[in-house]
Design a binder for this molecule. Sequence first.
Ligand code: BGC
Length: 556
Amino acid sequence: MIYQIYPRSWADGNGDGVGDLPGITSRLPYLRDLGVDAVWLSPFYVSPQADAGYDVADYRDIDPIFGTLADADTLLATAHDLGLKVIVDLVPNHSSDEHAWFQAALAAGPGSAERERYWFRDGRGPDGDLPPNNWLCVFGGQAWTRVKNADGTDGQWYLHLFDPKQPDFNWDNPQVRAEFEDVLRFWLDRGVDGFRVDVANALIKEAGLPDWDEPLHILGDADGLEHDHHRKKPPMWDQDGVHEVYLAWRRILNSYNPIDTAGYSGDNDRILCAEAWVDSPERLSRYVRDDEMHQAFNFAFLQAQWRAGDLRDAVTMSLAASDSVGAPTTWVLSNHDVVRHASRLGLPVGAKRPNGIGIGDPLPDAALGLRRARAATALMLALPGSSYLYQGEELGLPDSTDMPDEVRQDPTWARSGHTERGRDGCRVPMPWEADRPSYGFGPADQTWLPQPASYAGLAVDRQAGVPGTTLELYRALLAIRRAHGLGAGSLSLLPGYSQDVVALVNESAAGARVVVITNLGVEPVAVPGGALSLVSSGPLTPQGLVPTDTTVWLTA
Ligand code: BGC
């Protein structure tokens, strides 16, 4: 169980309205009590924050808004004392344009070794004033920006699959490879337990950078599984060459993971987890072959529509693909890039999922969204594999849908020409104590994004110890999952239920069976005779039936 902390929005220690490492450290006991095993921190490195820290200017230091290296050491030591592992975010596809190497590349000019570490190209057309190819950037607009020469004339273009302030590294260059291997060692030596690897599918580009006419989206195709797996592969995603990089990284991690003669690596496991937007579970499984990464985010469940068949397919296809390479599957419903699932699942089923929701947009049905979110989480946490939780989902937080557009900070909003609101709605600071300034986020009233009024009633102190709250549901699910070893169980479908029901059995190695029933149909459904309810995402009917949009766990 891995809990994602978005550092600017979890806890603010110094009252500047932005979360920081000392704030995180002070709140870590909450995560031990929640029952997770590890924390993944989104980037905290030195960064101009053009993409909230995914634009790194120095991979070996902490941005002053988050603290210092000493604060990172304290965080690590405190987490370890509490029995929590710490995974940090590594951003190898691109740096910030303020990184020393990019500044050196600008200064050194065309043809230089410094420019070889990025993708500099002459423009097309007689004056070179057309970009080198037609690639579009994920946040909107073209993926190339033209630089000026030292004498002020127009110069070459550089590639950025994301914001212009995030130039892509050229991973064909050995210096880039050596640099990141050193960065891995830097953080492993400091004691981190692993890395979440940002856009791990993007590092290698197809030779010749051929044109590609389609827009690029975060999480690949915005419509999830319903896409054509046979179309041509984008020249910037999932090139076979990326695997060489991860083979080398795995060798480095292995050197930190002593393995005993029985092949068991004890408590020393350090892991690599790929964020890779690929076409199919089979392509994803290539990232977690024996000698590559340990885990890869599996977005199929997140992208599935709220239909029993879609959820079943996501589960069975994901398990089959990861089983084929002997790796654990992962599950996730929310993160810092998507509308939170308590809001997403309150939107009409089958509709295209928005990239952010703002004033004037169709609004989710909040009560329906929360009910479905609780049922979806209870289904997810019954599945074997690792689950990733996103901060605040344990409170049932919805996206902020009423923030003024002027305060938005995701580059998507401006670069899409104000057509996509982007990801600020899921990045709003956490509510801890309803009656404190900034709902206990920090000592001051200000927060870098405004908190919606609805967050007061959802604050941790309003839910802790109160039966039936979403926080208590998560605590119960995590405790039962741990006690029954569900993460390492084996899963099968339970026959005899209608198409609108997801019915599964998770059987632990010790033989304990937990039956899981999620009812997406209109009619309440019966549970197997003699089965005892362990926990449910909402009340069962007085007759003990599972109502619509409810998940129950039972011992059978
Ligand atoms: C991260 C995003 C980020 C992008 C570029 C994604 O995978 O999750 O938040 O904008 O990579 O680094």
